[in-house]
Design a protein around this ligand. Sequence first.
Ligand SMILES: Nc1ncnc2c1ncn2[C@@H]1O[C@H](COP(=O)(O)OP(=O)(O)OP(=O)(O)O)[C@@H](O)[C@H]1O
Ligand SMILES: [Mg+2]
Length: 254
Amino acid sequence: MNLAELTGKVIVIEGTDGVGRSTQTRLLKPWLEQQGRAVLETGIKRSLLAGSGIRKAQEGHTLGRTTLSLFYATDFADRLEKEIVPALRAGIVVLTDRYIFSLMARAIVRGVDPAWVRNAYSFALKPDAVFYLRIGVEDLIPRVVFSRGFDYWESGMDLHPSEDMYDSFQKYQMALLAQFDKLAEEYGFEVIDASADIREPLFSPARTRPAEEAEPKVLEMPASKPPAVAADQGEGDGAVPQAVAKAADGDAST
Ligand SMILES: Nc1ncnc2c1ncn2[C@@H]1O[C@H](COP(=O)(O)OP(=O)(O)OP(=O)(O)O)[C@@H](O)[C@H]1O
Ligand SMILES: [Mg+2]
């Protein structure tokens, strides 16, 4: 692949379950389009090849951690090849609700070897910006309770942290947050305080780094290299997501 041909941008919205990724994506997409950018929206479990397979497998509760990780990696690889790369070649902005980082965090929390996980996703393209919507578990719980409630996988029930779903959700999401924080440091995410009101733009230009045009789009994640650190829709109101203006010169629950 000739990386120089990929003239589009990859903008990633990452964060734990129910943090507000869809809400922000729904604000960002029309705003980018108003700036004259063509936008492709994508997100995990949306590939033709593996999306429905993952959903079906998750209806049962017998999916092992390695199978789950490989299933997610397959879903990502399919979308990378068939959606993301063609869009980038056409100069389109790819707005992605989660990227490899959620998948890495989910796998690592389940005890999958971090080096194996990094190697599995080493084919990923380096995003132009990763906005990590961060919220404490104490703020996340009411947000999830009052929107759609707890889900088996989002509560990490396969790990049996507790008999109680509320308790499990809390423990599992805290473990995910810890992994996200490590990944944020390692890969230099833009950390956004997601506890702010929806109407307040969560993206602040002050937090945004200038776009690094010359950098190659390939993530450096060799398995042999020890990781720097040890060791997964709301309503828009037209608020302007300002960070994307600098960074970038459907909703399926995941
Ligand atoms: N900044 C915010 N303040 C308060 N509530 C919010 C905020 N952002 C989103 N919400 C609400 O939280 C709930 C979850 O938001 P949303 O669906 O955007 O999250 P998500 O990260 O896409 O979740 P999922 O993991 O299910 O895809 C919705 O009811 C939404 O209206
Ligand atoms: Mg969502």
